[in-house]
Design a protein. Structure first.
Ligand SMILES: *Cc1c(COP(=O)(O)O)cnc(C)c1O
Length: 471
């Protein structure tokens, strides 16, 4: 039992400078608990002979390593080296710095969220977003909720609760997660009336389906799949014309809602909200964090008549955005007022419109630095995917670096170590290689990315090596 005399007492560890510093940031309680866990591990190791000695400094080092690992935030920044610009699992759209700043400021203090500062009277939190969306899209009015799924449920409920909504079988989409059009429809209380077939739906199909209980006509953008070959879809213009004839509102679920047409960057056929408004759709719905490049939100733009009714629905309260989202959204929309600013300052649009020669140069420079580190890195032309769950079919040309693991290493082991590294790096794996796409890597992340690769693949010691602690 005498080996246990080597165990440093808790108070001695607490007095070690490195631990005292940690106590200031994490709090005494958390640190004391960490010390107990580490001492327990050391005690077991001394008893079973797997450890023969321990000094207070050594124990303190283990405590610091353990706490740094265990108590670091669970939600942390990740370097996205996948090239997938709208990566749903990685938070979809990174914000413009000024939009992130607006959210930060809104979070830290008080703000005129629902107060008109001129009159001192209560105002709507939707006013700033409404003003900017109407300017950008030409809509009469607009409002914002938590996401496009909420926007869809709310809109269907207000426009067509208990009534039939006519939708093409070719547009009965599942977006992923639990967004499936038939389920969204029934959750809203509207009745789905399917028309046409998977590949062909004609305007006559909609017209035949119109009856005394029809509430609305709907168009859903098939954002995550393509039907090719013998196909026919009714245009929004035709649908609006039919709606006018029968006095029925047309709901346009646009999904991404590209304020600036992304066709020049290789994204064809993305619905443009301005277009839906010009054509006369009652409402158009789109996400805040897809091609808009802002925070998670669902925008409902449309006629004053319908927006007023939507805002009066009790679900509006349940779906409304918080102050940080609204602050970031306002700033994002403000950036969109100028297309050049939007392309430069909104990361999603900057990445989407990145010049292919610039990407090649960045890939070559990164690849060269990797070779210098002793990695087997090959630079080549490749394809980037715009979205994970959002626009997964859309590919744009890019340049990537393919790293062949050292002998005896497996690509998926390396990928895991990269993900759990500091900073965390998420890369693609393709046929046994680690693929790095600079398109989604911010330039100030290049050096940290190289450092993580060096540590993980070349086994350079990681200063935050986890200590295994039982219990
Ligand atoms: C993405 C998408 C949605 C869901 O939007 P969220 O903001 O993720 O809720 C709805 N409809 C379409 C057509 C979409 O592309």
């Amino acid at each position: 039992m005498s080996v246990l005399r080597m165990l440093p007492p808790v108070h001695r560890l607490l007095a070690q400078p490195s631990i005292a510093t940690l106590s200031e940031s994490l709090g005494h309680q958390v640190v004391a608990e960490g010390i107990r866990l580490v001492l327990e591990t050391i005690r077991k190791e001394l008893l079973d002979g797997s450890r023969v000695s321990i000094s207070p400094e050594e124990a303190a080092g283990m405590v610091v390593a353990h706490l740094t690992q265990k108590e670091r935030p669970q939600i942390r920044a990740v370097i996205n080296a996948t090239g997938i610009i709208l990566h749903t699992n990685l938070g979809r759209s990174p914000l413009a710095p000024t939009a992130a700043r607006a959210a930060y400021d809104a979070g830290r203090g008080y703000l005129n969220l629902e107060m008109d500062l001129e009159s001192g009277k209560r105002s709507s939190r939707q006013t700033p977003v409404r003003k900017l969306i109407t300017r950008l899209t030409g809509a009469e009015s607009a409002t914002a909720v938590n996401n496009c799924a909420a926007a869809t449920i709310l809109t269907l409920r207000v426009l067509a609760q208990g009534k039939e909504v006519i939708l093409s079988r070719g547009q009965l989409i599942e977006i992923g997660g639990s967004f499936r059009m038939p389920d969204i429809m029934s959750a809203s209380g509207a009745i789905l009336k399917e028309v046409g077939t998977t590949n062909i739906t004609r305007i006559g199909d909609y017209e035949k389906a119109i009856g005394p209980n029809t509430g609305a006509l709907m168009r859903v953008h098939t954002s995550n799949f393509k039907v090719v070959g013998f196909t026919k879809e009714v245009s929004l213009a035709e649908l609006v014309e039919l709606g006018k004839k029968h006095n029925l509102p047309v709901i346009d679920d646009a999904g991404s809602g590209a304020i600036h047409d992304p066709t020049p960057y290789g994204l064809k056929g993305e619905p443009i909200p301005q277009e839906a408004m010009r054509l006369g759709a009652a409402v158009t719905l789109f996400s805040g964090d897809k091609l808009l490049g802002g925070p998670q939100a669902g925008i409902i733009a449309g006629t004053r008549y319908w927006i007023e009714r939507i805002e009066k629905d009790p679900l509006m309260r349940a779906f409304r955005c918080d102050k940080m989202t609204l602050a970031a959204l306002e700033e994002t929309l403000r950036i969109h007022l100028d297309p050049d600013r939007a392309r430069k300052e909104l990361p999603v649009l900057a990445m989407l419109s990145a010049d292919i020669t610039d990407l090649e140069n960045r890939a070559r420079s990164l690849g060269g630095r990797m070779l210098n580190m002793g990695l087997d890195a090959l630079v080549s032309v490749d394809h980037a995917f715009v979205g994970g769950g959002t626009l997964p079919e859309e590919r744009i040309p890019t340049w990537t670096i393919r790293i062949t693991p050292h002998r005896g290493q497996r690509a998926d082991d390396i990928a895991k170590k990269l993900r759990t590294g500091e900073p965390a790096v998420v890369a693609r794996i393709d046929t046994g290689k680690i693929v790095i796409d600079p398109r989604t890597v911010f330039t100030d992340q290049e050096q940290p990315l190289l450092d993580t690769l060096n540590r993980v693949i070349n086994h350079r010691p990681d200063s935050l090596a986890p200590v295994t602690v039982s219990g």
